[in-house]
Write a protein that binds this ligand. Structure first.
Ligand SMILES: Nc1ncnc2c1ncn2[C@@H]1O[C@H](COP(=O)(O)OP(=O)(O)OP(=O)(O)O)[C@@H](O)[C@H]1O
Ligand SMILES: [Mg+2]
Length: 249
């Protein structure tokens, strides 16, 4: 938000205030809409379960499984929303500590390896220098969440048999981490929108994979809170590369 200073007191222009209020209203509307769908499914599934419980226990079991899955989806959405709200109200990290980005990435890759293998996707990492060269001031939990979201997307949006690569590097005073995939890619016109909350290129497909469209908004906030940024390059049908730049400690 652009703040003008008069006599040392922050002043927000009426235009700016109107813009921020609109963003806030849109956000509430979007959240309500996103919560409505899973809430409706839960009600329908609970009713179906009730109806089949006596006559068709096999079917009832299926409804129960679906009910569990939808509940998990709703919980995931709420967790993401809470994370995002917390990240947005923060401008910088509260208690920065020295974090070794290399070891964060190791943890993330170890965690994602099983998911990748299941999908027959090769998950590789390379060109990481000495541990000491990959340190930043930050919050380890947030950085883990940021890279998990990016690797999760790379695996999720890459068809079986593909490759996901995580490449570390350093440029001047910054540490770079490149996450590239040989996946479906993003249409050029949609690239500027993917960091928006709830934005998904393919809503129907995302619903099947359980996506909320909040992952990249969280990623961008975490990078910004660390004084860094995220860029993306993508070619439809060929793959995408997300690069995170973080200031070196
Ligand atoms: N590596 C990628 N390849 C292709 N498309 C991608 C990639 N990463 C993100 N996208 C597109 O950007 C959209 C937004 O991504 P984002 O991570 O915010 O949400 P999501 O993955 O749908 O859900 P979730 O909240 O579970 O992460 C995705 O729905 C997808 O269309
Ligand atoms: Mg995602």
């Amino acid at each position: 938000m652009a703040l003008e200073r008069h006599n040392g007191t922050p002043h927000v222009s009426p235009d700016e205030l109107q813009r921020v209020n609109k963003i806030r209203r849109d956000f509430v509307a979007n959240v309500s809409h996103e919560l409505k769908t899973p809430a409706t499914s839960l009600k329908l599934l609970a009713e179906s379960l009730e109806e089949t419980l006596d006559e068709d226990p096999v079917q009832a079991r299926l409804f129960a499984a679906q009910l569990k899955k939808e509940t998990e989806r709703l919980a995931h959405l709420i967790t993401d929303l809470l994370d995002l709200t917390r990240l947005e109200s923060q401008e910088t990290i509260d208690y920065p500590t020295i974090v070794d980005v290399r070891s964060v990435l190791m943890t993330v890759l170890a965690r994602m390896r099983r998911v990748a293998r299941k999908k027959d996707i090769t998950l590789q990492w390379k060109r990481f220098g000495k541990a000491a060269e990959y340190t930043v001031y930050g919050d380890e939990t947030q950085l883990t969440s940021m890279f998990t979201n990016l690797v999760d997307n790379a695996v999720k949006y890459t068809p079986p048999g593909g490759r996901v690569e995580v490449v570390g590097g350093s440029e001047d005073s910054e540490i770079t981490t490149r996450i590239s995939d040989t996946g479906i890619g993003i249409p050029e016109g949609k690239i500027p929108r993917i960091f928006e909350r709830f934005y998904r290129v393919d809503k129907a497909r995302s619903k099947a994979t359980g996506g909320t469209g909040l992952g990249l908004s969280i990623v961008r906030h975490i990078a910004q809170n660390h004084g860094g940024r995220v860029t993306v390059e993508s070619t439809l049908g060929e793959g995408s590369t997300f690069t995170v730049y973080l200031p070196r400690a």
